[in-house]
Design a protein. Sequence first.
Length: 253
Amino acid sequence: GDAPGEGEDPPTRDGEAEWAIGEPDHVFAFEEFILPEDSAEMGREFEIANSFETDKYVVATEVKPTDTFLVMEIAAGPLGRYHVGNPITELPEGHAYLLKAGEPIQVRIHYTKEAGWEEYDTDSKIGGKIAADPGAIKHVWQTDRMANDDFTIPAGQEGVEVTSEYTFEADGTIVAVNPVIRLRGKKVNVTATTPDGTETELLDIPYWDPNWHFTYMLPAPMDAPTGTVVKMTATFDNSDMNARNPDSSKDVQ
């Protein structure tokens, strides 16, 4: 028979390609950012310019952070989002994010580092694939943030439950959910309750692992009439029982 690596269908080396999604139609580059010496885990919010003169439909994106140990999360609206090990967004055929002409793109980055020295985010960027035929796009996606930004996880406490909700103000469809509860997360559950009182479980993760941050696609899109409430319930563990906890002696905001 053929020697290894030979034959009608030899193995390829696509894994070494610069972009897993293929050559992007456009690359959105971030400006260099210096994390101060005395900073540790921190967030950054900014805008990047959008020079397109017409609306574009984004069908796939790939986020490339400068340093995967430094950058924990990047959220960039119609350009998708990044978590360690999950840098690619590829939408089904006929689906896309809408990138409006000239509208700046809001970016949120979550960094994790130790205090004691400066760090540099010099080359983070996002590559995007644009729909060649806008008329083929039948479903436009939108990412909405349903966060609770006002709670405290007391030092040394486990089993701290926190909820957040999102209410549909117009008829819509739920296609995916992306929970983010970081290092002190223990478990998370997401439900949707329609105006007629029917509750549907969208996602249940009984053993949260921050190394597996994914956008979870529903098996089938779910109709969400006006008034549908999506509720996320997260449980946190800020005790020594959580092996990933960097410091159980601190209250966490």
